[in-house]
Write a protein that binds this ligand. Structure first.
Ligand code: G6P
Ligand code: MG
Length: 221
């Protein structure tokens, strides 16, 4: 068995990825920039300011924004987002995720969160899932966000586990890249995540036994 599972939050444990998208869209509309769901794939998993930089880069007219103006815009996006997630309850846990957490725990395997979000702890509380997590890595703990591996290696280092003995679960390209660079086994939620070691269409088809089977069959084991 692996030593730990490290979960991304937004889009894996709960569908807050959609709320991030809606909040960015609201901000972009105000700036006269159009973003769509395809573009949004690039925003998944990366920090708030990195996301803003990608949106600003879409329009040359926004090239002259000062650092203060960018801070203000990032704060405005977060205000939209906070309003959207105020309604989050345990009913917003994605299908199968709580039973997966229970199965992992029952096998004595550690569970960590590896999220780029400054709102991660609040969202976990609202979902009433905090108690499943032995350790939480959020945006406050890392200096380099995904696709840098630091989010995931910080969790493994906390436990003192080898990276190859950890399984990460991600819905974002940047997150899968971070896991691979860390040398961890990457589970991708979403069929487009071709770089992942094991891919499922959605969390409803993410089962403990099949993850473990694929982990044990990995090429370097
Ligand atoms: C997660 C999401 C991103 C989001 C980032 C920062 O990684 O996938 O879409 O931009 O967290 O979230 P925050 O709540 O700190 O703005
Ligand atoms: Mg995500």
């Amino acid at each position: 068995h692996p030593s730990a599972f490290i979960f991304d939050l937004d889009g894996v444990i709960t569908d807050t990825a959609e709320f991030h998208y809606l909040a960015w869209k609201q901000l972009a509309d105000g700036l006269g920039v159009t973003i769509d769901r395809e573009f949004n794939e690039q925003l998944k998993g990366i920090s708030r300011m990195d996301s803003l930089e990608k949106i600003v880069a879409l329009d040359p007219a926004l090239g002259g924004l000062s650092a203060d103006e960018k801070e203000r815009l990032a704060t405005e996006k977060n205000e939209h987002y906070i309003k959207l997630i105020a309604e989050v309850t345990p009913a917003h846990i994605l299908p199968g995720m709580e039973s997966l957490l229970k199965d992992i725990q029952a096998h004595g395997i550690k569970i960590a969160l590896g999220s780029a979000s400054k709102n991660a702890k609040m969202v976990l509380e609202q979902l009433e899932l905090t108690d499943y997590f032995d350790y939480i890595v959020d945006a406050a703990q890392v200096s380099k966000g995904k696709p840098d591996p630091e989010t995931f290696t910080t969790a493994a280092d906390y436990f003192g586990f080898a990276y190859a003995d950890c399984i990460g679960v991600e819905d974002a390209e940047a997150g899968v890249e971070a896991l691979k660079r860390a040398g961890m086994f990457a589970v991708g939620v979403g069929l487009s995540l071709s770089e992942a070691d094991y891919i499922v269409a959605d969390t409803g088809t993410l089962h403990f036994d099949s993850v473990i089977t694929h982990y044990n069959e990995r090429s370097d084991s």
